[in-house]
Design a binder for this molecule. Structure first.
Ligand SMILES: *Cc1c(COP(=O)(O)O)cnc(C)c1O
Length: 355
């Protein structure tokens, strides 16, 4: 039976990315050695990093003056590296969910943290509006897509201070005006690559202002100077990122991904709104195109487990919701197909007919 992968992360990648990476793990560029067996400093591997970097600059239309880095540690390490490198006295955070909260917790180790707004009281079912960004902070940190709760900020905010964004789960799903950000970071395992690498896009001029001593590995300048080669970078995940980037470019780039994301989301949200058994969990205006969360209507609550079993029997994988929300979450990253979304919708319809 065909499986449809809705995992939240690590998650679906284009099949050719997996296949091409697997081939290179067996025999890298015809060298007779595995991608996993060669030096990251070899003349064969450097072009991988160079091409990945230039594709990212091309696909996201990154202006001059920014560096693209491939680091280890996941987005979670960036929660601490951001304040280490950018927080002088005070930083502002928009609290839109679990990841935002974790980022905020780390920042508090380095200075004052202002929570500009929060939707915690409603279990993060919306993106707070109408808040003002203080002008006396070193930066504002946002999480553009809230992977767990299924809300998303799908625009580039205008704020009077330096803007920093965790884009782990929606990077490359839409065009981004990088010039509005001092730093963008993303754990790769949602929309870019196999787990193990984190993408960082950082404005060079924004570095070097924090007055503290920064451990070498946690200082972005180290990695900018060494082109992500200060220590051994995660070579296999970086290679898979390159394959995804080639795929992205060949499939119309972020404009095409944005269009596809809207199509997939419309199909699925329409069914959630139409089907008598289900309801969406977040405010319509803030619905994520990447992580689509829904639960049973209260009167059908007892059908939650049976629906999960039914959908699983039809080939759906990874649709169980995060424990903080319950119900279901269908993650629809770039590699998710319309066919996959239609298959899930067909399950929902058939299950409705049966009940
Ligand atoms: C998954 C995720 C993280 C955590 O990423 P790690 O690479 O596991 O540290 C952080 N932020 C967001 C928005 C995520 O989706």
């Amino acid at each position: 039976m065909k499986k449809f992968n809705f995992n939240a992360g690590p998650s679906i990648l284009p099949r050719e990315v997996i296949e091409n990476t697997a081939k290179q793990i067996l025999d890298f560029n015809g060298t007779g050695l595995s991608l996993a067996e060669i030096s990251h400093r070899s003349k064969d591997f450097q072009p991988v990093v160079d091409e990945a970097e230039s594709l990212i600059k091309d696909i996201l239309n990154i202006p001059e003056g920014y560096s693209v880095l491939f680091l280890g540690g996941g987005a979670s390490l960036e929660f601490c590296m951001i304040p280490y490198n950018f927080l002088i006295k005070k930083a502002a955070y928009l609290n839109t969910g679990t990841w935002a909260k974790k980022a905020m917790k780390e920042a508090k180790l380095f200075g004052d943290v202002v929570e500009v707004a929060s939707s915690a009281d409603s279990n993060y079912t919306f993106i707070p509006k109408g808040w003002e960004c203080p002008t006396d902070v070193d930066y504002l940190h946002i999480t553009t897509n809230n992977t767990i709760y299924g809300t998303e900020i799908r625009e580039d905010l205008d704020v009077p201070v330096s803007l920093i964004a965790d884009m782990s789960s929606d990077i490359f799903s839409r065009p981004v005006d990088v010039s509005k950000y001092d730093c963008i970071y993303a754990g790769a395992q949602k929309n870019l690559a196999m787990a193990g690498v984190t993408l960082i896009i950082v404005k060079n001029d924004a570095l070097g202002k924090a007055p503290r001593q920064i451990p070498t590995m946690l200082d972005y300048r180290t990695h900018v100077e060494k082109g992500s080669m200060f220590n051994t970078p995660p070579v296999v995940p970086i290679y898979s990122a390159l394959e995804t980037l080639r795929w992205l470019k060949a499939h119309g780039g972020v404009e095409a991904m944005d269009k596809l994301a809207k199509q997939r989301a419309e199909i699925l949200y329409d069914e959630i709104d139409r089907n008598k058994l289900f309801r969406g969990t977040v405010e319509t205006a803030d619905r994520s195109l990447m992580n689509i969360c829904f639960v049973m209507q209260p009167e059908y609550a007892e059908l939650e487990k049976p629906f999960l079993e039914f959908a699983t029997s039809k080939g759906m994988v990874g649709i169980k919701g995060h424990r903080s929300v319950g119900g279901f979450r269908a993650s629809c990253y770039n590699a998710q197909t319309i066919e996959g979304v239609n298959a899930l919708v067909a399950c929902m319809k058939e299950f409705e007919t049966n009940h």
